[in-house]
Write a new protein. Structure first.
Length: 440
């Protein structure tokens, strides 16, 4: 069943409910339990211009135009550190409206939540939830993890992913891992297929030395494409994670996958419509690498991945190659430079001739952003920057795009408590002194 505007809005309201519930429940706990609560709420207003948007798309003339938009929104960040629990949440709803066409308007919702908790003396819980709901005018947002980007020719999109991991220690060096994952992608554009995946993995972890860990895991997943078909996926993997110095962390993973797919399609014949069913199977390799460093003021992260994926709107399993790089460095006491880049590619699992000219690539995407953040005063911050977005599509209904984005944004602090909140991706194992001081 294809997502509707109402269903997308219900999911966005759920995201808002999670954010507000966390703020209301965690905030009072600050006085009841000895911990560290950090909260930052900002109001934002700005302008954005997508010059020569859709210049390479020869199939949709309506896309080939400049687009200037005004934006207003909120940015809520909070983190809470206890001896046995760390959590962090970032939620940003924003409303955008075209300066040229009053009918072009919409609200974007971004939610990122992380939780690390010691449920018992030897049982640990890790939770990561990410949700992005975009209207038909905001087609690109920087990412902080290897994620697949594919830009449609218009139409709302909803992307959700949840990862829950239980880690049971049997000794100081050996542990059992149980992970559950759920993801959902919905589209309003015609020709795109919604997808939902549910998976589980079981593995073991071994502490080889302080700051060095080896993990082995096996996983099962099912991809559901509603009336278009489904796929059953099996994976095996081996991962090695270790600390590089006091503030850097590296994780390497490699393995194999196998997939059995059932694809349904309708063929129009003279005597009516006939449904065809195609079964197939394939196998291949998978791998990823992630390196991150977070210090008091300098932060950067790098990630690469090659893995089986439900696919973005394609209605079948694909191989996805993703990469990202993000850097944040202060230039002066009040001026900070941020750089990020991401790329993704979707290819047919079989490696056959799926796209034009016999190319196995289905979609290719790349984007980069450079931004400057200027702290005008303790309660005011000015952000400005430039993004370049490029996409080539070998299949319908994705667009060929190449455009530049210029943006300017003013953030006003509405309320804050404590120091700058930690980000969900930077949460570590809960300890009394897990936090480092940050200045906002």
């Amino acid at each position: 069943m294809r997502g509707t505007p109402a269903s997308g809005w219900r999911t966005a309201r759920l995201a808002l409910g999670v954010a507000l519930a966390a703020a209301l429940t965690v905030g009072p706990a600050r006085t009841a339990v000895a911990g560290e609560f950090r909260l930052l709420l900002e109001g934002e207003a700005g302008l954005r211009d997508d010059g020569a948007y859709g210049a390479q798309d020869t199939q949709t003339p309506a896309l080939r135009r400049d687009e200037s938009l005004a934006r207003a929104g909120l940015d809520l960040q909070l983190s809470y550190a206890l001896q046995r629990l760390n959590l962090a949440l970032a939620y940003s709803p924003s409303y955008e409206r075209s300066l040229k066409d009053p009918n072009v308007a919409g609200t974007t919702h971004r939610l990122d939540f992380g939780l690390v908790a010691d449920l018992a003396r030897r049982l640990r819980l890790d939770v990561r939830e990410r949700l992005l709901k975009t209207p038909n005018l905001d087609l690109y947002a920087p990412v902080t993890a290897p994620e697949t980007n594919a830009v449609t020719r218009r139409g709302d999109q909803l992307s959700h992913s949840l990862d829950v991991v239980f880690n049971q220690d049997f000794s100081r060096r050996a542990s059992l891992l149980l992970g559950l994952t759920h993801s959902l992608r919905r589209f309003e554009a015609s020709g795109l297929t919604d997808s939902e995946s549910l998976g589980a993995r079981l593995g073991a972890g071994f502490e080889l030395a302080r700051g060095r860990r080896l993990e082995a895991a096996a996983g099962l997943a099912r991809y559901d494409y509603r009336d278009r078909g489904d796929a059953d996926v099996r994976t095996l993997g081996l991962a090695y994670a270790f600390d590089v110095g006091r503030s850097s962390h590296l994780r390497l993973e490699g393995g194999v996958y196998s997939v059995d797919s059932t694809l349904r399609s309708q063929v129009v014949e003279p005597d009516g419509i006939r449904e065809t069913v195609e079964n197939g199977s394939d196998q291949g390799w998978r791998g990823s690498a992630q390196l991150a460093q977070e210090r008091q003021r300098f932060r950067w992260a790098l990630g690469l991945s090659h893995d089986i994926s439900p696919g973005a709107g394609l209605g079948r399993a694909v191989v996805a190659d993703n990469a990202f790089l993000g850097v944040s460095v202060p230039l002066t006491r009040r001026l900070e430079l941020g750089l990020d880049g991401s790329g993704s590619r979707q290819s047919d699992v079989t490696g056959g001739a799926a796209g034009d000219a016999g190319s196995p690539e289905l979609t290719e995407f790349a984007a980069g952003t450079a931004r400057l953040a200027w702290n005008l005063a303790p309660a005011f911050r000015l952000d400005g920057g430039y993004s370049r977005v490029w996409q080539r599509s070998h299949v319908e209904p994705f667009a060929n795009l190449s455009y530049a984005r210029y943006f300017l944004n003013l953030a006003v602090r509405i309320f804050s408590a404590g120091e700058t909140p930690k980000q969900p991706e930077s949460l570590g194992r809960p300890t009394p002194d897990d936090e480092e001081p940050h200045d906002h």
